[in-house]
Design a protein. Structure first.
Length: 104
């Protein structure tokens, strides 16, 4: 799930070129962290927190929500599906990239 109102707000505030640049930076910085989270037996809470905040700022609400669940699971010492983080990251980024190249 993507918060399209947040994307439109960023597009209006920053302009499309700057929004695309920020999105590209997000992907560059976050992709290795998401991969690390997906491979970890015990994910790093700081990694989850970083991805959660970055994803939320860019309207990638499903990914942010999964990170929130992961943080809660770590606090409660319960397992959670880190593979879902990778799937949500990929799907969200692909969808957002496609929309940024067109109209919002």
């Amino acid at each position: 799930m993507i918060d399209w109102s947040r994307i439109r707000e960023l597009d209006q505030q920053l302009g499309r070129d700057d929004l695309v640049e920020i999105f590209d930076l997000f992907v560059e910085e976050t992709a290795p962290i998401v991969t690390r989270l997906g491979a970890a037996l015990t994910p790093d809470p700081e990694d989850l927190h970083f991805v959660k905040g970055s994803a939320s700022n860019l309207g990638l609400e499903h990914l942010a929500q999964l990170c929130r669940r992961g943080e809660l699971a770590l606090r409660n010492h319960t397992p959670f599906d880190t593979g879902a983080l990778e799937d949500s990251f990929r799907t969200g980024c692909d969808t957002l990239r496609a929309r940024l190249s067109g109209s919002l």
